[in-house]
Write a protein that binds this ligand. Sequence first.
Ligand SMILES: C[S@@+](CC[C@H](N)C(=O)[O-])C[C@H]1O[C@@H](n2cnc3c(N)ncnc32)[C@H](O)[C@@H]1O
Length: 365
Amino acid sequence: MKCGEHITLDIERLNAKGDGVGVCDGREVVVPRAVPGDRALVYLRRKRKGRFEGVVDDLIEPGVERIDPACVHFGVCGGCRWQDIEYDDQLKIKESLVHRLVAEQDLTAGSWRPILPSPQQNFYRNKMEFSFGSGPDGVPQLGLHMRGRYNRVFDLETCWLQSEVSNRIVDSVRSHATRLKLPVYDLRSHEGLLRFLVVRDAKRTGEVMVNLVVSSYPHDGVDDLLASVFEDLGRQITSCIVTKHSGLAQVAIGEEEFHIRGDGHMWERCGDIEYAISSRSFFQTNTIAAERLYETVCELAGDLTQSDVLDLYAGTGGMSLHLAQHARSVIGVESVSEAVVDARRNAERNEIGNCRFVSTLAEDL
Ligand SMILES: C[S@@+](CC[C@H](N)C(=O)[O-])C[C@H]1O[C@@H](n2cnc3c(N)ncnc32)[C@H](O)[C@@H]1O
């Protein structure tokens, strides 16, 4: 068995990333987008650390029925993995993955509740991070990473995950960046300007926050770009930040933030609680599913009226503030200081007095 060959493979399980895994001649073969029960003709693309990686050339016998994916980028995009599988089947696959991961750790759950589906399957995300790349002739690209290619970006036309307005913002930023001939940051030479575009889109309040991450600011070109984007979509964009990030790490956070519109926050409502979310703070990306999650946790926690609750990894207080409505007191522990500032502000805004937040690593508590 060697790279370049085809083999017939039965997919037995998923790895933690959600890729299918089968065994041939005693060796593991990892096959992205294959699921347990699939029998496929697999092309062996490469071998890494004694493990083969393959792609499905022909699905001989599907373990799960396949459907036509809605998205034109499916397969190329590193985002969605199972858009060609009905949502109900995706849930079954995810549920069995969780059961297996728990069993592998020798943990036993007292009882299992069924998986909670997301109320929405499209346009549910409140945050997306888009990357700039350079196309042929250095023309700016703006979109998502290609599957398995951390350094390759493709131009996004329509994504089904966030919102129509987010797609229009991506399109507007890309076309004005091209017109203004703004250079994209190059990962090898570390020259260039444009790095990331982060769009946050609150599902309950309708607020939209745009965060443009660039290597240098103040910069006239960035101001011209944002002025043009505001002309196109200014009424929808409620807050806008420019983040200056001159460091080498390819992350959408930087050393300085400039508030171009608004005060650096977006408001979102989850259940009956309002949350301020700033650019560096974590907030559950599926607001409406988070409402279900928090409701379920409160329900499972039972009577907390005499309990003091510790919420480790608290983010902006999503879970803590919900629990505080039922408990005697809650302490939320969070390592990102900006998120703790947001969490405290959120407790105050919602007049929740029995919840406080500590900015530290959970393991140092
Ligand atoms: C997945 S989020 C969960 C947030 C929150 N529980 C919620 O439901 O909204 C995890 C949070 O843990 C924080 N975090 C990561 N490592 C941490 C650590 N070692 N100690 C404390 N907080 C940490 C991250 O900054 C992030 O805000």
